[in-house]
Design a binder for this molecule. Structure first.
Ligand code: ADP
Ligand code: MG
Length: 238
């Protein structure tokens, strides 16, 4: 289960109101995209949900339990970082297994989970390689594998494809939405790319200056943008 609700979540850095107050409802199993221009607070909002940053005020409910004072580990969400966050000296197997080893899981359990994730991500033949000997797309899949083995309530992606070249990015989009269809786990995906948002999302959250401008299905946003900002950003004809 991965239902997430934000109630009047605020974040200030010093005296700057980066997130003045966000209310948001994410249903279990949804693929939600946070989209907005650079600096609008997408990463901050994701980090607040993950628990990597403390809220200034507000509630973050995961499956109806307020988690604002809980550690990232307790929240049960997995953040997928860009592929460069892999450990270069470790094999693919050990990169995927790392979090489980740290958590002290038995070897046989780790082995089953790593091989299962590798199977889903087409990495079975690459488990003994190091990240330097992989393509960009394969590295990104290893980063996703690290998240899968933890069986999270939700996956949180922060611009995971921005390091990849354009053609690879299109493939990886399909892989991530395919993974969502297979796992049916809640995913929150942050991007500044409107095309990514429109093609991947069940539900888009458009942000500007830390505020939610509109929430809706891609076609609804396109057909009925709430204001000029959304219309301009989504590329709607209005
Ligand atoms: P986005 O991911 O949409 O590009 P961010 O969430 O990274 O935006 O940043 C939103 C705003 O918050 C920016 O103005 C940024 O400079 C500011 N900000 C982010 N993190 C910090 C921090 N740790 N300290 C001070 N300001 C920050
Ligand atoms: Mg960001």
């Amino acid at each position: 289960m991965g239902a997430i609700r934000l109630e009047n979540v605020k974040k200030t850095f010093g005296n700057i109101d980066v997130i003045p107050g966000v209310d948001l409802e994410i249903n279990d199993g949804e693929f939600v995209v946070f989209v907005g221009p650079s600096g609008c607070g997408k990463s901050t909002l994701l980090r607040l949900i993950a628990g990597l940053e403390d809220v200034t005020a507000g509630k973050i409910l995961i499956n109806d339990v307020d988690m604002v004072n809980e550690s990232p580990a307790k929240r049960g969400l997995s953040m997928v970082f860009q592929s460069y966050a892999l450990y270069p000296h470790m094999t693919v197997y050990n990169n995927i297994a790392f979090g489980l080893k740290m958590a002290g899981e038995p070897k046989a359990v780790i082995d089953e989970k790593v091989r299962n994730a590798a199977g889903i991500l087409n990495l079975t033949d690459y488990l003994e390689r190091r990240p330097g000997a992989l393509s960009g797309g394969q590295r990104q899949r290893v980063a996703i594998g690290r998240a899968i083995v933890r069986n999270p309530a939700a996956f949180l992606f922060d611009e995971p494809l921005s390091n990849l070249d354009a053609s690879l990015r299109v493939n990886m989009r399909l892989e991530i939405t395919g993974l969502h269809q297979e796992l049916k786990t809640t995913m929150i995906y942050v991007t500044h790319d409107q095309v990514e948002a429109m093609t991947m999302a069940d539900k888009i959250v458009v942000l500007q200056a830390g505020r939610v401008e509109q929430v809706g299905k891609p076609m609804d946003l396109y057909a009925k943008p709430a204001n000029k900002f959304v219309a301009g950003f989504i590329g709607s004809p209005k």
